[in-house]
Write a protein that binds this ligand. Structure first.
Ligand code: DOR
Ligand code: ZN
Length: 343
């Protein structure tokens, strides 16, 4: 008899959809499995105003394939010029679900991010007041901080002071990559959650650097030592409601990944659910998959769990190496393991 595993339909609490041809090419991979996703605002130029978010939401909705049911949860890109009134109005009308903090220069298209955190204090105060979550790209950008330490240093130097100054601010530590971040979340009961990507549950830094450089495993925050990957696995599979899935699926064409200065990002949307089922089963925690992908995120964001379901079938799944797009092929993340569950 075929074995199946049915869960409430999942959501992706951190997703890059891009725009134009790329948006139309990658969105179906997400909307075939996911009901909702928090949409990252790091377009060029970024999504900074309510009007930008409304227009981008409309472009996403126009790209949803017939027969798919998908709701984009929009975000604003926090800049030192963000207008608290415009942001609050966007939240009040249900247009935005979060605001995204990129330290200036931290990653892809983050040039408009924040340099002086004092300048965004009034915006953060407003967010705390109205209950609008702040999603953080948690890496400092100081040239003298080692890239493998940037997340841990961000927690100490930026995040913890912000949370002390604005104790009512709801914060999501996005795509955590270290045991330090796991420990910080666990030590803080109130107003704090964290997303974990699919790829950070699978790769450590050896996958990027040992035996030749592998640009398709390069993302930000960069994958860390094995002990950190294991801490992320333990957090994700624990059922702890503070940890939930944010794939950070981030498509770049192969041409842009394979440059001498290649882009950061792993494209995991097509095979994420197969990989996660495999990872959770390997850890004897298939019964916790639904909490991670479908329950903990809605609980944090104060949204209902999806009433529809997704059924995984115990059948070997294979995926193509690339998704072809009008801009060129985009490599699909290779987890280097047999996937025994088809989504
Ligand atoms: O690897 C990444 N890619 N990390 C980010 O923070 C941004 C993302 C992108 O937009 O490509
Ligand atoms: Zn991201």
């Amino acid at each position: 008899m075929t074995q199946t595993h049915t869960i409430a339909r999942p959501d992706d609490w951190h997703l890059h959809l891009r725009d134009g041809d790329m948006l139309r090419a990658v969105l179906p991979a997400t909307s075939q499995h996911f009901a909702r996703a928090i949409i990252m605002p790091n377009l060029v130029p970024p999504v900074v105003t309510a009007a930008d978010a409304r227009a981008y939401r409309d472009r996403i909705m126009a790209a949803v394939p017939a027969g798919h049911d998908f709701t984009p949860l929009m975000t604003l890109y926090l800049t030192e010029d963000t207008d608290p009134a415009d942001m609050a109005a966007a939240h009040a009308e249900g247009l935005i679900s979060a605001v995204k903090l990129y330290p200036a220069g931290a990653t892809t298209n983050s040039a408009s991010g924040v340099s002086n955190f004092d300048n965004v204090a009034p915006v953060l105060e407003k967010m705390a007041e109205i209950g609008l979550p702040l999603c953080t790209h948690g890496e400092v950008t100081d040239a003298d901080v080692d890239i493998f330490d940037r997340e841990a240093v961000f927690i100490d130097r930026i995040l913890d002071p912000i949370r002390r100054k604005h104790p009512d601010l709801r914060v999501v530590m996005e795509h955590i990559t270290t045991a330090n971040a796991v420990d910080y979340v666990k030590a803080n009961d109130k107003n704090l959650g964290a997303t974990i990507t699919t790829h950070h549950l699978v790769i450590n830094r050896n996958h990027i650097l040992a035996g030749g450089i592998k640009p398709h495993y390069y993302c930000l925050p960069v994958a860390k030592r094995e002990e950190h990957r294991l801490a992320l696995r333990a957090a994700a599979t624990s059922g702890d409601a503070r940890f939930f899935l944010g794939t950070d699926s981030a498509p770049h064409t192969d041409e842009n990944k394979l440059l001498p200065c290649g882009c950061a990002g792993c494209f995991t949307a097509p095979n994420t659910m197969s990989i996660l089922a495999e990872v959770f089963e390997q850890d004897g925690a298939l019964d916790q998959l639904e909490a991670f992908t479908s329950r903990n995120g809605p609980a944090f964001y104060g949204l209902p769990v999806n009433t529809e379901t997704l059924t995984l079938v115990r059948e070997e799944a294979t995926y193509p190496a690339h998704l072809d797009t009008p801009e060129g092929p985009v490599t699909i993340f290779d987890p280097q393991m047999t996937l025994n569950w088809t989504a």
